[in-house]
Design a protein around this ligand. Structure first.
Ligand code: BGC
Length: 862
């Protein structure tokens, strides 16, 4: 029997059931036909397996696993082999824990340093993200375990991620935001993709036929299945038709019914549901081999590796060492162990090594830099600041300054507190806590050998950069972060990480500063292609540290560039020599730019890189193939990738702003005569500043009008409206109060997840509230809420909702258990009392206000 034949035996109900999850982490089993369930678990930088039984509401209850470096750090290794190896390790951990699909890698482009989830993402550049992610995927899948590449697509912020519509022109989508996914799909054939919550140009990703069927399957040849992000489904039957195969987590039957109804009423063709089911079953078979069993063959015995925490921890350390980036070094590093060394800052004792949200790993062992340093020498330690606060504590600073004055070198372990960056909300600014900035300045005044080690998932501003001797960007480097930092500080490891993102001087310099995170309904990607270094180079702006930058304890010399051109492709070769006295690794980067292009293009774009390890004095020849795509732009008029004839500049360098070799390549093919756009129409993109384009220019780029960005007064509420939308409504205030009360009264808010919980409740559309409440909030209730907000049948709706008193409504909206069950799945800590929750909220508000004030002060100072 084939899978097609099996699908033919399934009833409509069985098919609808299989197209939705069984619970939070499993697909449905169909016992009658011998179809088993499969298990999915969060990644990407470790396994967050939540047990079937037990309190899943607490993050700490996920199984222990090795916390590898987060995406940002893996990408900055620029080492494909290492990413592949990490994938293999994760694959083995999945096998050991009976997990079939790991939910990662996460490869959305870092449009702004403020995106709360940047630490999970890889790069501002689609080439790096695509290359590193493809290797990771190949590594995981080499073990017979699947991945879910997420979040497809244009999910570049946390603010209103469940509803916002990314307004973005097709060329930008193709060249920047889809390109890494395309590379992974074509090169690594991932088993699954996870669609994002947001809309793209007005259409939810979960029901976007252009995205899921046309681009992903027809053009790129994707053969796996697409699952929804958790709660991302809007209209399930439309999703089936558009190519969304699996809804996760379960909708508790609601959407199964909708699928059945739609098929029975002829609104959804059953063949489309069959296709979705086939896609899922193909992969269920890959992991379980159930078809062989159905066909009478002996079941294939799966290898079950032993999960060796100690061995994997060592590997996590190796990856961390290669991902950390030495940003500045005026000679203080590597440290001399015979000198008097002072470590300052709580992160030396308790490193920040991962971010908050669904990727949170429950690690086996975390070794701090302070304890790792004892292998080299005895360092002195002082606290300097409290790592969870944004409050200047003068006594701590004074003590640190006094001790620093007596030491030969002071190493400050700085970084962002957990509450500053997380899934669920974006950062409000780009700075470190004020107490840390002050401390660094004061210490640097008395200690010329001040070294700063940073623990953060996304760029921070460094107003003190000119005063310190050295800066090591440790990123969120996983559970072995402390050891890896010490390896680099003491020169056991020669740093070789490179930035996969630009560090701008100020958040105000960023190309989407005026358009991030957008308005209520939309976020306009007005800067177009000019993301990250593509923008800073275009406007020739000074940056703090450029894309591709990263220092070493040795030096490298580039020579002998040779370019051989083919038919719209080229082979680049050159030599690199280690001219210093230590062994080390260099990431050679190849950028392509078009001279005299008819379409606007970034000055140069990364199209190749190679990491090369060299002994002192050793020289190697590097060869990089540039295929047709490396020279192409996406022509919207022709609906295809095109290569313009003429000259291209090839720049080979150690960073995007440290170009060592230059050459040209010339293509003579016939000119395309294809409609695109002109300099007169799009001056900002051709030669102006793409961070501030006029409406008319943006409309030209979009090939259509700019959609409304806010709800118009009088627009009816729908199931897509959010709690936030309802705020100003007469009845909305009461509905919201009741919803919030449910959360607070049962202690759904806790120290770790306040921001995330508040953001989720606030920004969740009513249709998601229904599914995410585990079925406790019924569709009838949601519809009654919407109808009430629209001022319809007020008496009847009030009665139905029991809105006369808060107690009545809290019971009506499903009670605590409903929300709690989903929030549990959504990795909240459920604890404590309403009192604590209230205090936490007050604290958060105060903290935010203080942060805002401090930010303003800092800006005044600058
Ligand atoms: C996140 C996904 C995650 C899923 C399951 C969602 O909120 O966006 O990345 O895999 O939850 O935890």
């Amino acid at each position: 029997m084939t899978i097609k034949e099996l699908v033919a035996q399934m009833t409509l109900e069985e098919k609808a059931k299989l197209a939705g999850g069984a619970d939070a982490w499993h697909t449905a089993a169909i016992e009658r036909l011998g179809i088993p369930r499969i298990t999915v678990s969060d990644g990407p930088h470790g396994l967050r397996k939540v047990d079937d039984s037990g309190d899943i509401a607490d993050l700490r209850k996920s199984r222990q696993a090795v916390c590898f470096p987060a995406g940002v750090c893996v990408a900055s290794t620029f080492n494909r082999d290492l990413a592949y190896h990490m994938g293999q390790l994760l694959g083995d951990e999945c096998l050991a824990e009976d997990v079939d699909v790991i939910l990662g890698p996460a490869i959305n482009i870092k449009r702004s340093p403020l995106c709360g989830r940047n630490f999970e993402y890889m790069s501002e550049d689609p080439y790096v993200a695509g290359q590193i992610a493809a290797s990771y995927v190949k590594g995981v899948q080499s073990k017979g375990v699947g991945v879910s590449v997420k979040h497809f697509a244009a999910n570049n912020q946390e603010k209103r991620r469940m509803t916002v519509s990314a307004v973005v022109d097709e060329r930008t989508l193709r060249e920047i935001y889809l390109s890494a996914f395309e590379e992974v799909v074509k090169a690594a054939h991932p088993d699954t993709l996870m669609c994002s919550y947001n809309k793209i140009n007005g259409v939810y990703s979960s029901e976007n036929p252009w995205l899921l069927n046309k681009v992903l399957r027809d053009e790129w040849g994707f053969e796996g299945f697409v699952m929804s992000d958790w709660g991302a489904v809007n209209d399930r039957p439309s999703g089936v038709a558009a190519g969304l195969d699996l809804e996760m987590p379960t909708s508790n039957g609601i959407n199964e019914e909708k699928i059945i109804e739609a098929v029975e009423e002829g609104r959804l063709k059953e063949e489309l549901l069959d296709i979705a089911v086939e896609h899922i079953l193909n992969k269920v078979d890959r992991y379980t081999g159930f078809m062989a069993k159905l066909n009478g063959a002996a079941p294939v015995q799966k290898e079950k590796p032993v999960f060796d925490y100690v061995a994997d921890h060592k590997e996590a350390r190796k990856i961390a060492r290669e991902g950390m980036v030495l940003l500045k070094n005026d000679g203080a590093l590597p440290l001399d162990k015979d000198k008097r060394i002072l470590f300052i800052g709580e992160f030396a004792k308790t490193p920040r090594y991962q971010g908050g949200g669904s990727s949170h790993i429950n690690p086996t062992r975390v070794i701090s830099a302070l304890s790792a340093s004892t292998r080299h020498t005895l360092v002195e330690y002082t606290k300097g600041f409290s790592s969870t606060k944004d409050i200047v504590e003068d006594d701590l600073i004074e003590d640190a300054v006094n001790k620093a004055a007596d030491a030969d070198v002071a190493v400050i372990f700085a970084g962002l507190p957990d509450s500053f960056e997380s899934e669920g909300y974006d950062r409000e600014h780009m700075r470190l806590p004020q107490c840390q900035n002050r401390l660094i300045r004061e210490v640097a005044k008395v200690q010329p050998n001040t070294v700063v080690v940073l623990h953060n998932g996304s760029p921070v501003s460094m107003p003190w950069i000119g005063n310190v001797n050295a800066v090591l960007e440790a990123y969120l480097a996983g559970e072995a972060s402390g050891e890896a930092v010490v390896d680099i500080l003491f020169g056991v490891t020669n740093p070789s990480g490179k930035l996969a993102e630009t560090f701008p001087v100020s958040i105000k310099d960023t190309p989407c500063y005026d358009n991030f995170p957008g308005n209520r309904l939309t976020v306009e990607y007005r800067e177009g292609l000019f993301v990250g270094y593509r923008y800073y180079d275009h406007v020739d702006m000074n940056v703090l540290f450029p894309f591709g930058h990263g220092l070493s304890y040795t030096t490298f010399n580039y020579s002998g560039l040779n370019i051989t051109s083919g038919d719209k492709c080229a082979t680049i070769s050159f030599k690199i020599k280690n001219t210093g006295s230590r062994a080390g690794a260099e990431v050679a980067q190849v950028y392509v730019g078009k001279t005299g292009s008819k379409v606007f293009r970034p000055l140069r774009e990364l199209k190749g890189f190679e990491k090369v390890f060299l002994q002192p004095g050793e020289e190697k020849e590097i060869t990089i193939q540039l295929d047709e795509r490396a020279f192409s732009y996406y022509c919207v008029g022709a609906h295809k990738w095109c290569v313009e004839p003429g000259a291209y500049t090839i720049s080979v360098g150690s960073s995007s702003r440290d170009i060592r070799l230059r050459g040209d390549v010339w293509f003579n093919h016939e000119e395309y005569d294809i409609w695109q756009y002109t300099r007169d129409e799009l001056p900002s993109y051709y030669f102006g500043d793409p961070s501030s384009v006029s409406d008319s220019e943006f409309e030209k780029l979009l090939c259509g009008p700019i959609p409304e960005s806010v709800r118009r007064e009088g627009d009816p509420f729908t199931l897509c409206s959010t709690v936030e939308d309802a705020r100003s409504n007469k009845w909305g205030a009461r509905v919201i109060k009741a919803i919030e009360l449910v959360g607070k009264s049962k202690g759904l808010l806790s120290h770790d997840n306040n921001g995330m919980f508040i953001a989720m409740i606030n920004e969740m559309p009513f249709h998601s509230v229904v599914c995410m409440s585990g079925g406790k909030i019924t569709m009838d209730t949601a519809e009654a809420i919407v109808s009430l907000l629209n001022g319809e049948n007020v008496g009847e709706n009030l009665k139905l909702l029991g809105l006369s008193g808060v107690d009545a409504i809290t019971s009506k909206i499903g009670g605590v258990e409903g929300i709690k069950s989903k929030m549990g799945d959504m990795m909240c800590h459920v604890k404590d009392t309403a009192d604590k929750a209230k205090k936490d909220i007050v604290k958060i508000k105060e903290k935010r206000a203080a942060a805002r004030r401090a930010d303003e002060e800092e800006e005044d100072e600058e």
